[in-house]
Design a protein around this ligand. Structure first.
Ligand code: HEM
Length: 466
């Protein structure tokens, strides 16, 4: 590793700032498009295998750089974060999510992050543990013996219920389903537009706000969502209750340093953002953890032994989290092998030097978390599912951005503690009551959209534990 680092430093000093990173060149434009369409993870693998840690390529008029070295990623996400904005695809989510944390920039983002952060700190979210376990237990009750289920579908419902109860208050009830469905329709139709029309009509992003090119369903879904969210905000404003711990109530009460409060529009944007960012990713993390455990019965057996020893048959609580070390290692390792957010992107807003290369303003950076997590320079046998690696001292020596399922730097996931707590509590509650095995004839096929989604679900055989 030391040798690799020395080698790298000398490579960087040799590079001229004017030098363009290597890459496939414009003649390979069709191959690039085809490679990205087929599977961007494989495309990145091939490109970095051929050209190294930084690869340049073009799509039409757009210049893109792939970065897979943790030091370069640290520069982009952390030390030189001021030179970047989110990438264009994230920018498109704005049509649905407005200027929430995920999509906003600059002073607006900074103010919102300052105001939302206190409600996502560890101490605040500890009070959500009970609701998470209660929902997981209610779901576990529905599991029959020797049953085949699409666990991804189940986890999407379960995490939506949890985000609803904890962040919005249980009384939103039946509306939760509508919110979940409308979110799905809205995002799907915007992504469909991105994948098809936008590539052909680059300057026509303005069309996103009009019911053309298949956008009608998406905009209808957005209106339905707004109705529910604004009603919720109005109700909370009309009857403020200092005892309420849900996100909308907390955000309604919070004041910025200058004493100002969030407007209804800001509350709407942040609520929808949390709804979207807060349930699908965690549902994926749980589905993949269960799938990998089913594939590795010895890891499942060790988990169930830990659960039985720590919980002794009772329900999990927040205080148990510190004793559930194997469960944490399983969640970490699942998110290494199958990170729910498979990549993050950035756009340079000024000329900036990254990894010894000049990255001009407006160029896009693709940071493929999936590929970095499987780099043999940082992980022994990187394709293996080995939760044990997180319990060994070597795990402390990893470069900072060799493992980053939640991103990093100032734009790091604000829900990371919430997500880990939820994933561990739900996982132990389910594996306390049931065992999951891969269903015959079903494999796991992944489709890298904004998140890494399973094609055809995650189908497993479930049997109840005594
Ligand atoms: C396993 C679950 C999760 C994963 C893998 C995940 C992943 C990520 C990643 C990679 C980013 C950074 C994106 C970037 O830098 O471009 C991010 C940002 C964000 N996440 Fe998560 N997330 C998860 C759960 C959650 C939860 C539970 C919430 C809320 C309750 C949440 C809310 C957010 C928000 C609001 C941002 C934007 C933060 C900002 O830019 O200030 N996420 N997430």
């Amino acid at each position: 590793m030391q040798w690799l680092q020395n080698e790298r430093v000398s490579t960087l000093t040799r590079r001229m700032m004017s030098e363009r990173p290597p890459g496939p060149g414009w003649r390979a434009a069709m191959n690039v498009l085809e490679g990205l369409r087929r599977d961007p993870r494989v495309f990145v693998q091939e490109m970095t295998g051929r050209y190294g840690d930084v690869v340049h390529f073009r799509i039409g008029h757009q210049n893109l750089l792939i970065f897979i070295h943790p030091d370069d990623i640290e520069e982009i996400l952390l030390t030189k974060a001021k030179s970047f904005h989110k990438d264009r695809v994230t920018g498109l989510l704005r049509v649905g999510l407005g200027d929430g944390l995920l999509t906003s920039e600059g002073a607006h983002w900074k103010r919102q992050r300052r105001m939302v952060s206190p409600s996502m700190r560890k101490r605040q979210i500890a009070s959500y543990a009970q609701a998470m376990v209660a929902r997981a237990e209610a779901f576990a009750q529905t599991l029959g013996d020797d049953q085949q289920r699409d666990i991804h579908h189940d986890m999407m419902i379960l995490t939506l219920e949890i985000v609803t109860d904890t962040l919005f208050g249980a009384d939103i009830g039946a509306d939760a389903h509508q919110v979940g469905q409308s979110l799905e329709i809205m995002l799907e139709s915007f992504l469909h537009y991105t994948r098809t029309w936008r590539r052909l009509l680059p300057p026509w992003e303005v069309l996103l706000n009009h019911p053309v090119l298949g956008m009608g369903r998406g905009l209808e879904a957005r209106d339905a969502l707004d109705k529910v969210i604004y009603r919720l905000i109005d109700e909370r404003r009309a009857q403020p209750d200092a005892g309420r711990q849900d996100l909308v109530s907390l955000l309604l009460a919070v004041r910025d340093e200058d004493g100002s409060q969030m407007s209804n529009l800001q509350l709407r944007d942040e609520s929808l953002t949390m709804f979207m960012a807060g349930h699908e990713t965690t549902a994926l993390a749980l589905s993949y953890a269960l799938w990998l455990l089913a594939e590795h019965p010895e890891a499942m057996a060790r988990l169930q032994q830990e659960i039985d020893e720590v919980l002794k048959g009772r329900s999990a609580t927040f205080d148990d989290l510190k004793s559930l070390t194997w469960a944490h290692a399983v969640v970490r390792e699942s998110m290494r092998l199958v990170p729910p957010a498979w990549a993050v992107g950035r756009e340079a807003i000024e000329d900036v030097e990254i990894g010894g290369y000049l990255m001009p303003s407006k160029w896009q950076a693709l940071i493929p978390i999936w590929n970095v997590h499987r780099d043999p320079r940082w992980f022994d046998k990187p394709q293996d599912f080995a939760p044990q690696r997180w319990l060994e001292p070597k795990a402390q020596e990893l470069p900072r951005f060799a493992y980053f399922p939640f991103g990093g730097g100032p734009r790091t996931c604000i829900g990371n503690h919430f997500a880990i707590m939820e994933a561990v509590l739900v996982l132990v509650t389910l594996c306390q009551r049931a065992t999951f095995a891969q269903a015959e004839g079903h494999s796991l096929e992944l489709h890298p959209s904004v998140t890494l989604r399973p094609v055809g679900g995650v189908v497993m055989d479930v049997s109840r534990r005594a």
